[in-house]
Design a protein around this ligand. Structure first.
Ligand SMILES: Cc1ncc(COP(=O)(O)O)c(C=O)c1O
Length: 363
């Protein structure tokens, strides 16, 4: 298959990756750096892999401007494992944390935190159909709370925090679906985590960025994999790391750095979102965004058509025109266009042109 045969891939995750990265991976697949084997056949203790691994750690730190007093961990188990691993590492048995139920993912994070620690819900958007992110004045925070957990972008509902909430508590954030799509003001956070498979690379890798002074803070006896200290001490090589995902992410990080860093990706994502929401608005109600304008995601643009039949037809005809993975999540229906870091602006132009044409033909 050549580049010309590639589709416009609006998948919510795993996501489209830069073609130049995929080409490099292809070129190195049979013989990585003169080793006579691919990186995925190499020992993770071999110098070739060690260099890839340490460079990916350094590049993540430099691209995301992570201060030296934070540790960066490359883990397995996805963001889902972090729903439990975070409270196990940050909360002593008698301490509690506040959680915001802003959609499917915030709800799951809260449910798992409750299984392993004291956690309470400081806000839920359930009654409003998860159509908006809360403002600080909505929060019900109890005295003595250790941290406030947020989901910076709800992948299924299509909402995001345009600004991270300002509270008198450290924030912990699941950034899975808008990871490194905008700069992070680290002063506000104790910990940030996310799966790599949306903005940064293939599935199989979760990245945790945690304040070093908090390592071991919970004073719980944890099995070694669950204890962040295990990974911190070993530069995330205490056990076999997800080598392929780290290797590919390393290339994506370099590609992002060369393209201009996080400010540039914030600009690009705003431009992609503007085009899509602009098209929805220009349709005069034919396409409809079900979420509050101030909370609209820049990564997962969710919209409805006048009927479910038209939505089905839209997905089928878009796919026939080379635009795939547009069907909304089964929990909410409708259409969802996921427009992550590596998605070319031209793919968004193709989609908005298609939307305009589809409306003209079917309205
Ligand atoms: C915001 C968010 N959090 C967590 C997850 C779960 O991630 P994983 O599949 O890496 O466990 C997802 C997956 O889509 C997500 O979008």
């Amino acid at each position: 298959m050549t580049t010309a045969n590639r589709v416009h891939n609006f998948c919510a995750g795993p996501c489209t990756l830069p073609v130049s990265v995929l080409e490099e991976v292809r070129d190195e697949m049979l013989n990585f750096g003169g080793t006579g084997m691919s990186i995925i056949e190499s020992s993770h203790r071999a110098p070739a892999y060690d260099a890839v691994h340490m460079e990916a750690l350094a590049d993540f730190r430099s691209l995301a401007q992570v201060p030296e007093d934070f540790s960066i961990l490359f883990l397995q188990g996805g963001a889902s494992l972090q729903f439990a691993q975070v409270p196990l590492n940050l909360l002593a048995p008698q301490e509690s944390a506040a959680y915001l139920t802003t959609g499917t993912w915030g709800k799951k994070a809260f449910a798992d935190a409750q299984l392993v620690s004291e956690a309470y819900q400081a806000w839920t958007g359930a009654d409003e159909g998860f159509a908006r992110m809360p403002s600080t004045s909505d929060f019900d925070l109890h005295p003595g709370t250790r941290y406030l957990h947020i989901t910076s972008n709800e992948t299924i509902g299509g909402i995001r925090f345009p600004e991270y909430p300002t509270v008198d508590l450290p924030l912990v954030a699941d950034m899975s679906s808008d990871f490194l799509s905008r700069p992070i003001d680290w002063d506000r956070f104790d910990l940030v985590y996310g799966g790599a498979q949306k903005n940064l690379g293939p599935a199989g890798l979760a990245i945790v960025v945690v304040r070093k002074e908090l390592l071991g803070r919970s004073e719980r006896t944890l099995n070694s994999y669950m204890d962040y200290r295990t990974h911190d001490k070993a530069d995330s090589m205490a056990n076999t790391p997800p080598m392929f995902a780290i290797y590919v992410m390393g290339k994506v990080l370099k590609w992002m750095q060369a393209a201009g860093g996080l400010e540039e990706f914030e600009r690009r994502s705003a431009a992609r979102a503007d085009l899509l929401y602009g098209t929805i608005e220009q349709s005069e109600g034919w396409y409809r965004s079900p979420v509050d304008a101030a909370s609209r995601s820049h990564m997962n643009i969710v919209f409805r058509l006048p009927s479910e039949d038209l939505e089905k037809q839209f997905v089928v005809e878009a796919a026939a025109s080379g635009m795939v993975n547009l069907k909304g999540h089964r929990d909410v229906g409708g259409i969802r266009a996921s427009v992550y870091n590596a998605l070319d602006q031209q793919s968004v132009v193709a989609l908005t042109d298609f939307m305009t044409e589809f409306q003209a033909t079917n309205a």
